[in-house]
Design a protein around this ligand. Structure first.
Ligand code: MF3
Ligand code: CO
Length: 268
């Protein structure tokens, strides 16, 4: 069942979203060559705790087959697409880093992810390709957000996201996509990252979706799970990017709830 949120509930989700965005800002600011992923996870934990919110991912268990998720963030480097566990790996020059984070504030959830480069890769061609991959992932998300208007259908959003990724020649992680979000991180409906316009449920004011394109540079959709039971890695070991926002469908159009509370000066 799809639950629509009231304007008061969306206001609380906006607060959860801003806390999530602030945590991601702090992680991005702290990310540098030599910094370990577990140190970045601690930065996010601190921002969430000081905002009197709770980490959404820590202890999360989609099914009993999973071990409880051990981090506040997922940090996925280079050929890791999503759900990388922030461990003792230290960032290297030119790493492509995707950070996913969620916070719960007064019972309501925010979920967002960013992708960025750290330091200078020794091969400028790698940097050029990574920048294009990140820019296209952002464009795919922007297209999905723009399609999330009342009266449109879920297939319009899915198509908008997938079309941007596919037409640039990238792969889309098979069987993965966005989701409804509210009191729970994962609610109905599932939002595929590829779809047919005019199909699927109709979008109404109060529907809140996490939209999250995951693009694979090598152009294939195949991925494998690491022995840690969480990290999903491209099968061809090409690099991947993942960018996510929590978005409310409102009568006035889409509203991004995971907007940064700070101006984005000097970031990018
Ligand atoms: N944005 C991710 C998702 O929707 C967050 C889940 S991470 C987990 O799948 F570790 F909590 F599973
Ligand atoms: Co999500």
């Amino acid at each position: 069942m799809i639950e629509l949120k009231t304007p008061d509930e969306i206001a609380l989700m906006r607060q959860a979203g801003r806390i999530t965005a602030a945590a991601l800002d702090a992680v991005r600011d702290a990310a540098a060559v030599g910094v370990r992923l577990d140190e970045l996870d601690a930065v996010a934990a601190e921002v969430i705790a000081s905002a009197e919110a709770e980490p959404l991912f820590l202890g999360y268990r989609p099914t009993p087959a999973f071990s409880p998720y051990p981090g506040v963030t997922c940090i996925s480097v280079n050929d890791a697409v999503v759900h990388g566990i922030p461990g003792r790996y230290a960032l290297e020059p030119g790493d492509l880093v995707s950070v996913d984070c969620g916070a719960r504030y007064r019972g309501w959830s925010g979920d967002a992810a960013v992708s960025f480069l750290v330091g200078e890769h020794p091969d400028p061609e790698v940097t050029r390709r990574d920048r294009a991959l990140i820019a296209t992932t952002q464009a795919a998300l922007d297209a999905g957000i723009a399609a999330a208007v009342p009266g449109a259908r879920l297939g319009d959003v899915a198509h908008a996201i997938g079309q941007v990724g596919r037409s640039a020649g990238y792969g889309l992680m098979a069987n993965h996509g966005g989701h409804g979000i509210g009191r729970e991180m994962h609610e109905a409906p599932h939002v595929p990252n590829e779809g047919r316009p005019g199909r699927g449920v109709r979008l109404r004011p109060g529907l809140v979706l996490a939209l999250e394109p995951m693009l694979i540079a090598g152009g294939t959709d195949a991925y494998d799970e690491d022995p840690d039971g969480w990290t999903l890695r491209t099968r061809d070991h090409s690099r991947a990017a993942h960018i996510e926002h929590t978005v409310a469908v409102t009568a006035d159009g889409p509203e991004v709830l995971t907007l940064s509370p700070a101006p984005a000066v000097g970031r990018g």
